[in-house]
Design a protein around this ligand. Structure first.
Ligand SMILES: NC(=O)c1ccc[n+]([C@@H]2O[C@H](COP(=O)([O-])OP(=O)(O)OC[C@H]3O[C@@H](n4cnc5c(N)ncnc54)[C@H](O)[C@@H]3O)[C@@H](O)[C@H]2O)c1
Length: 389
């Protein structure tokens, strides 16, 4: 088994997700990292006392070493530059979602991967969520006929904790939260519906959080998770600049003739991603999105309260309903053995496309925006497991 030396770009925050790869006995070792916050290194050393991690003040210096793979878990606006540099340096890359904050950024990353032959993997961990896998299984079995429509309602009760206090609140760092959060959900809808968005119409606004108390520009931004943060208008400590929407709605026409919608609100009392996919012979819906969630299926006409089938999903260990363990293993197998993955760089790019153009539409009079197509060569390269024929 090939030993892997891992480098981290973004050690704290979501970077913690990569810490589970550190397992020297099993041939995988985190050896280097770059993070502007020194306390991120204190924390990783505290949690993994046997780790020998070298700190870099410039990630490009880290790329000159013999590390095999890099986890990029930095804020969204850094992804493009850092991913391109890693791929060009010949490193395998695990890149967090969203792939980039612009379509041009995604296409630069795809090109860098194809030109260099370095392996590119996208951290769309929802493709490993048990509820998503169960709904996919139901759809693929043909039980509810041919899928024609898909909707996702995304309730985010921690929106004011996580996205309006730091870099997330500004378009220049995220483009917008429809993209930031919705990249996951649009990707799931594309995957389960078997197509990609070809045109999108959006509507959204900053409807509540512009009225909350702000921190001064001198106070550093910091997410603050607290279940006592309620009601939304009582929240304080928000960023001086908020130019992203807190309510987002898009409608998508997919290239296989199906249609989808995604709505997202950042000031709900509860939190859930609630999907439904409607076919020619029934409908599937998740009730709860992780932990002891359920998947309900209706195959006969009748009341919503009495689905024809209910699947009870077991609680799984690990972050994000068990998906974080699954996706890290998938990345390691992909790097070591070229094993096929659930996630796909082309799909990640196409979820960003729908998010970016959804924002463009809502900010320019709700016009229909069309997704530019990738070259067939590029699609073939990634569909062929990132091997040139
Ligand atoms: N897949 C998921 O479920 C999931 C969950 C959370 C976050 N994310 C993604 O992970 C990324 C990071 O999100 P976060 O909430 O952890 O952000 P964060 O602000 O906590 O930053 C993560 C880490 O990156 C470091 N960092 C800041 N600027 C950097 C730079 N220029 N270069 C390298 N490191 C830098 C921070 O100090 C921190 O340690 C985002 O792209 C986000 O979308 C994904």
């Amino acid at each position: 088994m090939k030993k892997l030396k891992i480098g981290l770009i973004g050690v704290g925050g979501r970077g913690r997700h990569a810490w589970q790869t550190h397992n020297p006995e099993e041939g995988c070792e985190i050896v280097a990292g770059f993070d502007p916050k020194p306390e991120s290194f204190d924390k990783i050393r505290e949690e993994l006392p046997n780790i020998k991690i070298k700190e870099y003040s410039d990630y490009r210096e880290m790329l000159k070493t013999d590390i095999d793979a890099v986890f990029i878990s930095s804020p969204d606006f850094c992804h493009e530059e850092q991913a391109v540099a890693c791929l060009e340096a010949g490193k395998a890359v695990y890149l967090e979602k969203p792939m980039a904050i612009s379509l041009e950024g995604c296409d630069r990353i795809l090109k860098a991967a194809m030109d260099s032959g370095s392996k590119l993997f996208l951290g769309h961990n929802m493709r490993h969520f048990p509820v998503i896998l169960k709904m996919k299984e139901v759809i693929d079995s043909g039980l509810i006929g041919e899928i024609r429509a898909g909707w996702c309602r995304h309730f985010i009760n921690y929106g004011g904790d996580a996205y309006f206090r730091d870099w997330h609140s500004e378009q220049r760092y995220t483009n917008g939260l429809l993209l930031q959060k919705g990249a996951h959900d649009i990707d799931v809808m594309h995957w389960l519906m078997g197509g990609y968005t070809k045109s999108v119409v959006g509507m959204g606004m900053l409807s509540v959080y512009d009225k909350c108390g702000r921190r001064s520009p001198e106070t550093p931004g910091c997410a603050k998770w607290d279940s006592n943060h309620w009601p939304p208008l009582s929240l304080t400590g928000f960023s001086p600049i908020i130019d992203v929407e807190d309510h987002n709605m898009i409608m998508m026409q997919l290239d296989n003739g199906t249609q989808a919608s995604y709505v997202q609100c950042h000031y709900t009392p509860d939190a859930e991603r609630n999907y439904t996919f409607i076919g020619t012979r029934g409908r599937v819906e998740n009730i709860g999105d992780h932990g002891k969630a359920e998947v309900h299926v209706w195959t006969q006409r009748g009341p919503r309260e009495t689905p024809d089938i209910v699947y009870y999903l077991k609680e799984m260990a690990g972050g994000h309903g068990g998906s974080d363990i699954g996706i890290v293993q998938s990345f390691l197998n992909f790097v070591r053995y070229g094993t096929k993955t659930n996630t796909s760089p082309i799909a990640a790019r196409n979820s960003v496309a729908a998010g970016v153009l959804g924002h463009q539409s809502m900010r320019t009079g709700c016009n229909r925006c069309d997704v530019p197509q990738l070259s067939q060569d590029m699609i073939n390269y990634f569909e062929n497991g990132q091997k040139k024929k």
